[in-house]
Write a protein that binds this ligand. Structure first.
Ligand code: CAO
Length: 446
């Protein structure tokens, strides 16, 4: 019998911290190898940490709600038949380092080979596609993820400033990222000096002076959202254009289709995503990114669109892939599945990344217009409010014509004014509206 110290392994590129959201074992519990020990929230996804060994749980050092850092001791396992060892954070439970693998017996190798795919998935069992969340790559492995050359202080600084270290070029030895690199990157985002590194808010007053008040810790989702919003708000000069799309015919068609195919949930969000994908192909600037550090505009040859999903844990933005290439029916099935898994916290970090543009549809809830915040590193986001009936002259443009009721969908496009001009934004938005006003044309693109 020996004791294994189970520490928080590396959970992915640039991820140093997580929050323990659920303990799945307690002191004295017998566990099998690969059995999930706890759920940890990183960024906005939840991953399960599997046991590296069969045995009995000793002392549990963390509680639900605790913030844990890579290398923190989480619990100990009294493991039968295991050599005295301490699970180093970089030798993550689910992915043994090469040296470890070399010392295995043939039987152990065979067992490891059998269990490794499960183990890698195990790290992200609640997030099936989150192989990126699997700890540290095998050295020299072709498909391995790049380990960022940055020390803990630099990682802490980046986290504090809401910076993804993957976006920072290292000027140190062998590309090591220094604190100066992080600061220059922040300055490059905000040449006017009003950047993400702006002075932090002063401390709050003592609210109990005016009545009962209590403080609760922020969830991981809230922390990530706060960082992302602060960064986008303070570094991107936002402008929002509004327009109205006459979706009377589209809505009639949607309702008829829903009747004919009740198994497919075609919604306004999917139709808006399809229209945006067509327009994004025609206006590539709107799906591009701005790299002021290198004085470049980055164009992407794919049309992945993030969809804001309201969940009880907070706002999450899973990504629909290749929206330009898929039919409305396929996209409807994908969005239904994605939104459901997002609400159940079963999406992986990968599924929350890679969008070139975002849609936030608040129309199912209400509202006539709003000004969404650009989801950096994107440069534009479409807000959709509630479609409503309004009287319009028919034919349009004839003031004396008979008014008829039309269903109008309010669209609000926020954009990074450094890269997108008002006229371009207005043209893009009108194109989206035109596509929604001509359902047949829209479906030709499906
Ligand atoms: N106008 C009028 N009705 C609308 C509408 C709109 N813009 N958008 C949706 N609806 C209707 C739908 O048609 C549906 O009615 P039916 O059952 O008759 O089809 C009903 O409202 C509910 O729709 P839904 O919300 O289930 O489906 P959806 O695809 O339209 O939306 C999703 C999916 C994930 C976008 C949505 O559920 C959601 O979470 N929205 C909130 C997004 C959010 O929080 N944004 C704020 C981010 S901060 O900028």
């Amino acid at each position: 019998m020996s004791t294994i110290d189970f520490k928080l392994p590396e959970l992915g590129e640039g991820v140093d911290q997580g929050t323990v959201v659920k303990l799945l074992v307690g002191q004295g519990d017998a566990v099998k190898a690969e059995q999930p020990l706890m759920e940890v929230e990183i960024d906005k996804a939840t991953v399960e940490l599997p046991s590296p060994h069969a045995g009995t749980i000793g002392a549990v050092k963390v509680s639900e709600g605790d913030t844990v850092t890579v290398g923190d001791l989480l619990l100990s396992i009294d493991a039968e038949g295991a050599a005295e060892e301490s699970e180093e954070p970089t030798k993550a439970a689910a992915a043994p380092a090469p040296a470890e693998a070399e010392s295995k017996t043939v039987e152990e190798e065979a067992a490891a080979a059998k269990s490794e795919p499960r183990a890698r998935e195990g790290v992200a069992a609640t997030a099936p596609a989150a192989r990126g969340a699997a700890p540290r790559p095998r050295e020299g492995g072709d498909g391995g993820r790049r380990t960022l050359p940055a020390g803990p202080a630099v990682r802490r600084l980046a986290r504090m400033l809401g910076i993804d270290l993957g976006d920072v070029s290292g000027s140190g030895e062998r590309g090591r990222i220094t604190p100066d690199d992080v600061h220059s990157y922040v300055r490059s985002l905000a040449p006017g000096g009003n950047g993400a590194g702006a002075a932090p808010a002063p401390p709050l007053p003592d609210f109990s002076r005016w009545g009962p008040a209590r403080a609760e810790p922020l969830s991981g989702v809230r922390k990530s959202t706060a960082q992302a919003m602060a960064r986008a708000w303070s570094t991107i000069p936002h402008v929002t254009n509004h327009d109205l799309a006459d979706v009377t015919d589209l809505e009639a068609g949607r309702k008829a289709f829903r009747k004919a195919r009740p198994d497919v949930k075609v919604t306004m969000t999917v139709l808006a995503a399809k229209a945006c994908a067509v327009a994004l192909r025609e206006y590539p600037d709107v799906g591009s990114s701005l790299d002021l550090g290198r004085n470049q505009q980055v164009f992407k040859d794919y049309v992945h669109i993030g969809i804001a999903v309201d969940t009880e844990h907070g706002l999450l933005v899973p990504v629909l892939r290749d929206v330009d290439k898929k039919s409305v029916v396929t996209l409807s099935a994908e969005l239904t599945d994605l939104a459901e898994r997002t609400r159940d916290r079963k999406v992986s970090r990968e599924e929350l990344q890679g969008a070139v543009f975002t849609i936030s549809n608040l129309g199912g809830i209400g509202g006539t217009a709003f000004t969404p915040i650009v989801n950096w590193p994107q440069v534009a986001i479409l807000g959709v409010s509630r479609a409503d009936w309004r009287y319009r002259p028919d034919p349009p443009g004839q003031p004396k014509a008979q008014p008829v009721a039309r269903l109008l969908l309010p669209l609000s496009l926020s954009y990074d004014h450094r890269l997108i001009d008002g006229a371009q934004a207005a043209r893009f938005l009108r194109r989206v509206a035109d596509l929604l006003e001509q359902p047949t044309t829209l479906l030709f693109h499906a």
